[in-house]
Ligand binder design. Structure first.
Ligand code: ZN
Length: 183
């Protein structure tokens, strides 16, 4: 957006990340905005689609409250709700297990970067790359290279099947086994 300046937003994020580190939160990767595409051979990309709506609402509210209603990456508020709830997955390349690491609270713009593969129009994808560059303090060219790398990793990972591990939901007071069967 034209009204937001590149100089203020990363600083807000930086401050937020430091506070997060003190609270012992698990950082996402390097602690910056990344693009991580879920392989098309995975059973689940959105937890929202496989658990009951009431459980999703519980999860979303808890993640938002834990983050004090601010984006855990850039520190901004945003969107229809204070924050949007997103899955952080890790991939065990040896066992081919897709494991939920944690949930993360994101503003709408950071969330769009994470789902850049779903950005329908070229304009939306470009806006996402620009936001990536501002938050990470890099150029749009770096953002494009990061996206290309994510796409290459996605193609590689989409060549085989993955088993699913949602045990991390227990730390939010949800039983993954019960939830998956009650949907
Ligand atoms: Zn954000």
């Amino acid at each position: 957006m034209a009204g937001e300046t590149a100089s203020t937003r990363p600083l807000a994020g930086e401050r937020h990340r430091r506070r997060g580190a003190i609270q012992g939160r698990v950082p996402i990767g390097s602690g910056r905005l990344t693009i991580e595409l879920v392989p098309e051979t995975c059973w689940v990309s959105d937890i929202r689609e496989v658990i009951p709506p009431s459980a999703w609402e519980h999860l979303r509210r808890r993640v938002d409250a834990d983050a004090r209603h601010r984006c855990e990456v850039c520190g901004q508020r945003g969107g229809e709700h204070d924050t949007e709830c997103h899955e952080v997955w890790e991939y065990d390349e040896a066992q081919h297990t897709q494991r939920l690491k944690r949930m993360v609270a994101l503003c709408h713009r950071c969330h769009q970067v994470m789902h850049i593969d779903r950005a329908g129009e070229a304009g939306a994808a470009h806006a996402a790359l620009e936001h990536f560059a501002v938050v990470n303090g890099c150029g749009v060219g770096d953002a494009q290279r990061h996206r290309a790398l994510a796409l290459r990793r996605w193609r590689e990972r989409s060549r085989h099947g993955w088993s699913l591990d949602l045990q991390a939901l227990r730390s939010y007071g949800l039983d993954p086994d019960l939830l998956m069967h009650s949907r």
